[in-house]
Design a protein around this ligand. Structure first.
Ligand SMILES: Nc1nc2c(ncn2[C@@H]2O[C@H](COP(=O)(O)OP(=O)(O)OP(=O)(O)O)[C@@H](O)[C@H]2O)c(=O)[nH]1
Ligand SMILES: [Mg+2]
Length: 228
């Protein structure tokens, strides 16, 4: 199915969708979570640091086309603040998210060393969540403190779904990580089509589907979580 998958990024204000997923963006203060989101969704980059207070919300919508079907996939993106003081507020978002971006900056070894603590926190609240690792500020290669090899090792060790370096400043891979995220979730949950979930104009919401080995209970769980 993935070979024949084509996609088109839709405008920000596109309202309709068939599938909607919650994505949470976490990582230390100042690693560039908000800038990455802003670049990918609005093509804006700001050099000034304006720390996020609590969280910010935006969307990224893609039209997915295969030989079999066309579906609109909406990612609801929760861009969180890295400040310790807001940890308990942020953790309340983990539970209903399908995928998390853990972001570190390639020129900040500390932010890389904290990946495991972010991972433990998110997995504690949501063991089934998928994780993308993002190495931000790739334009600052001359200040690099984290090699691609080091990042790939941690990806292998923790079985993260995906890893990519990005730059909000140059736009390098900024949209690509969100496209990859929408594709990953679409491909995983398009397999549930045989459940014949009724769809209306707003589509259905796939909210933290749980994966387990029992196919029947997996399907049953999905039925409960899908709503029209
Ligand atoms: N050179 C460079 N600077 C960046 C990049 N992304 C972000 N920055 C800068 O890094 C600083 C912090 O960026 P933010 O996106 O606000 O960081 P954040 O992770 O959202 O921070 P909190 O909201 O406090 O958790 C800002 O001064 C940005 O201009 C990048 O890709 N390249
Ligand atoms: Mg921010």
């Amino acid at each position: 199915m993935s070979e024949d998958l084509q996609y088109e990024v839709l405008p920000n204000d596109y309202k309709e969708y068939n599938m909607s997923f919650k994505i949470i963006i976490i990582g230390d203060c100042g690693v560039g979570k908000s800038c990455l989101t802003l670049k990918a969704t609005k093509n804006i980059f700001n050099n000034d640091y304006q720390p996020t207070i609590g969280f910010e919300f935006c969307t990224f919508t893609l039209k997915m086309k295969t030989k079999k079907e066309t579906k609109i996939v909406k990612c609801q993106i929760w861009d969180t603040c890295g400040q310790e003081a807001y940890r308990s507020l942020v953790s309340s978002f983990y539970k209903n998210s399908s995928l998390a971006f853990i972001v570190y900056a390639i020129n900040d070894k500390n932010s890389f060393n904290h990946i495991e603590s972010w991972l433990n926190e998110v997995k504690y609240h949501n063991p089934d969540i998928k994780i993308f690792l993002i190495g931000s500020k790739a334009d600052l290669d001359n200040e690099r403190q984290v090699s691609i090899n080091e990042a790939q090792e941690i990806v292998k060790e923790h079985k993260f779904q995906f890893f990519m370096e990005t730059s909000a400043k140059t736009g390098f891979n900024a949209q690509n990580v969100f496209i990859e995220c929408a594709k990953t979730l679409y491909l995983e949950y398009s397999n549930y089509n045989n459940l014949k979930v009724e769809e209306n104009v707003n589509g259905f919401i796939v909210n933290q589907p749980r994966i387990n080995n029992d196919k029947n209970s997996q399907n049953e769980n999905y039925r409960k979580k899908a709503c029209c």
